[in-house]
Design a protein around this ligand. Structure first.
Ligand SMILES: [Zn+2]
Length: 150
């Protein structure tokens, strides 16, 4: 055999009726040379790979919004139980809660990625955080007003 002969590809070029493997997600035939590996380690078609990427990004964003809702309540508790210089922690509670609440209500698709119960929990926590932040701000202002009045 001629050692300088061009190497023949083992499989025919893509698009020429090449033998294909089914996508492990949707079962659509995919060219193994073009397929990528999904989260489970199986070959997936480009469409399913893009879907996995979007789902992962949505889950990450949903988690961040949920953290903002939890943080809002934590800031509200902190502003009530600890010191609250310049109403800073009340302000943080209101801002964080408003961000979480508007993000959840404006983008209902997070209901799907977070799940019904976590979505509801996030909305409740955000409302509690906003009310708590406003309440402690009012308490501090009232206390300050009473102190300066007498
Ligand atoms: Zn697929």
């Amino acid at each position: 055999m001629d050692p300088f002969a061009p190497i023949q590809p083992a499989s025919p070029a893509p698009g020429s009726g090449a033998p294909s493997v089914p996508c492990t997600r949707c079962g659509a035939p995919v060219d193994p040379a073009r397929a990528t590996y999904g989260e489970g380690g199986g070959l997936v078609c480009p469409r399913c790979a893009a879907g996995e990427t979007i789902a992962a990004g949505e889950a990450r964003a949903g988690g961040q919004i949920l953290s903002a809702c939890v943080g809002s309540v934590v800031f509200a508790l902190f502003s009530l139980l600890c010191f609250n210089p310049l109403l800073l922690f009340s302000l943080l509670a209101v801002v964080s809660g408003a961000f979480g609440l508007t993000s959840l209500l404006r983008q209902p698709e997070y209901k799907r990625s977070l799940g019904e119960s976590k979505y509801g929990l996030g909305v409740v926590l955000a409302v509690l955080g906003i009310l708590g932040g406003l309440g402690t701000a009012a308490l501090h202002l009232l206390a300050f007003g009473l102190r300066s009045a007498f």
